[in-house]
Design a protein. Structure first.
Length: 261
């Protein structure tokens, strides 16, 4: 299996750098690799926190692998190894991790890429980063947690604006909306992430775990929200608009949505 993550240790923090050409699109293999790396790091007493980074390119992650979505149309999106179920498992593992997971967003974090950042406990970004949930432009909806994690993070009004318009959001707006804990120049991002990781790495692991568990349980339980999101995603994936939206994207043409089921 290809290795789509580069890892290195830095003062008790495990850095995970996404390295799948060309835009760090999230396919089943990369999702599993992220999940397994986080699980292994959580079990390793030498690791105090994790950083997920997009590398030196223009993308943190361009989102779910579009050809994989096309392959899933008309099939069971929750079958073993399916992209939707793999993504949900991975995001839930990240959010449920008892050690802080930090997203250092260097470029575009779109769709599933934005959901990957949302699943992390802390997010900082460069001024060149962009965010968005453009699934609606494909005739589908977010399926890896944005409908509840984004709303929980920036409020329902802003979250609905992002998801219903599918628009691109620049880093300044994302910061002002409350998505990010810190916004820095591009050349300062890695150093800022190292500083933040170093700070949390020095804190009490027991206290950090307790804080993470308490904060997570204050909101709707992810399993309940995920069930609601799942039903909506299933309806979308079975629709004519999903077939049209994905095909139009791959054909590089403007989609024609009809709203037909």
């Amino acid at each position: 299996m290809p290795e789509y993550i580069g890892t290195h240790m830095d003062a008790g923090c495990l850095w995970m750098t996404l390295q799948r050409p060309k835009v760090n699109a999230l396919n089943v293999e990369l999702l599993r690799e992220i999940r397994e790396t986080v699980q292994a790091a959580e079990a390793d007493a030498a690791i105090r926190c994790m950083v997920i980074h997009g590398g030196a390119g223009k993308f943190f992650s361009g989102g779910a692998d579009i050809p994989s979505i096309q392959d899933a149309l008309g099939s069971d999106p929750f079958a073993k190894g399916a992209l939707l179920s793999e993504g949900q498992q991975t995001m839930n593992v990240i959010e449920g991790c008892g050690k802080p997971v930090i997203a250092a967003v260097n470029g575009a974090a779109l769709g599933g890429g934005c959901e990957l950042a949302l699943a992390c406990h802390l997010r900082l970004a460069s001024t060149e980063a962009t965010f968005g949930q453009p699934e609606i432009n494909l005739g589908i909806m977010p399926g890896w947690g944005a409908t509840y994690r984004l709303a929980r993070q920036i409020g329902h009004a802003r979250a609905l604006d992002w998801m219903l318009t599918g628009r691109m959001v620049d880093a300044q707006e994302a910061y002002e909306a409350g998505l990010l804990c810190k916004l820095v120049k591009a050349e300062e991002l890695e150093a800022a992430a190292q500083e933040l990781a170093g700070t949390v790495s020095r804190k009490s692991p027991l206290a950090m775990r307790a804080i993470l568990e308490t904060v997570q349980n204050q909101a709707l339980h992810p399993a309940d929200a995920s069930e609601l999101e799942t039903r909506g995603f299933q309806r979308c994936m079975a629709s004519h608009d999903a077939v049209e939206g994905v095909s139009a994207f791959l054909d590089k043409r403007t989609p024609h949505f009809t709203g037909e089921s």
